[in-house]
Design a protein around this ligand. Structure first.
Ligand code: HEC
Length: 182
């Protein structure tokens, strides 16, 4: 009986949190899967009514000199980033090399060495739905946008990376994708 009450309390609590969180982001998340990943993050930071994931971006300014990213985490925002957002970095070996290094640390576990979606979290079946980059219509803007805001089961990586590192990863992902499409 005690447990039962606890469960009810948790369910009610969770649904209250869920309602709040969905205010700005209901189009982006699939709350029926892996609830705790987005909601924990949101619960910690989404109190001001602003898009939750913009906070880590602001936090990275001192470290990486990142301009604030104000494209919202919506379907329209995704399209806007995809069609208009361009990398400020030169396409050169130095950026690519560092992109590879950062990709290896932050992305490879899911997306795989080649970007085919066969990282060990995928192959060990700990994580589902990781795409092969070649099956997605990506641009440098859309990749950056997803890196900032996350997408469905993929969380935001903005707080772990400087502005420059993010764009370096984007550059590397584009190269992986081009190779996969060959
Ligand atoms: C914990 C696993 C995980 C990690 C780590 C991860 N991703 Fe993802 N990623 C996913 C999943 C799952 C999707 C599919 C999201 C969807 O479309 O539902 C995805 C999708 C993507 C897409 C396609 C988005 C689109 O527009 O369709 C890109 C690009 C991407 N990830 C880049 C990255 C980069 C760059 C990193 C490292 C900074 C990274 N991911 C780290 C799980 C992960």
């Amino acid at each position: 009986m005690k447990n039962f009450k606890l469960i009810i309390a948790l369910v009610v609590f969770t649904s209250i949190i869920s309602c709040n969180d969905k205010k700005t982001r209901q189009l982006q998340y699939m709350p029926d899967m892996y609830e705790s990943i987005p909601y924990n993050a949101d619960g910690a930071e989404g109190l001001g009514g602003e898009p939750v994931n913009s906070k880590p971006v602001a936090g990275t300014i001192p470290r990486g000199g990142a301009p604030a990213y104000d494209i919202p985490d919506t379907i329209e925002g995704y399209e806007l980033a995809k069609t208009t957002l361009k990398s400020p970095l030169a396409k050169d070996e130095k950026n690519l090399d560092n992109g590879k290094e950062m990709y290896t640390i932050y992305c490879l576990s899911c997306h795989g060495k080649n970007g085919d979606g066969q990282g060990y979290l995928a192959t060990s079946e700990k994580f589902a739905g990781i795409p092969n980059y070649k099956d997605r219509d990506l641009t440098e803007g859309s990749i950056y946008h997803v890196l900032i805001h996350g997408k469905n089961l993929m969380g935001s990586h903005s707080s772990q990376l400087t502005y420059k590192e993010r764009w370096q990863i984007v550059q590397y992902v584009e190269v992986l994708r081009t190779d996969l499409l060959k």
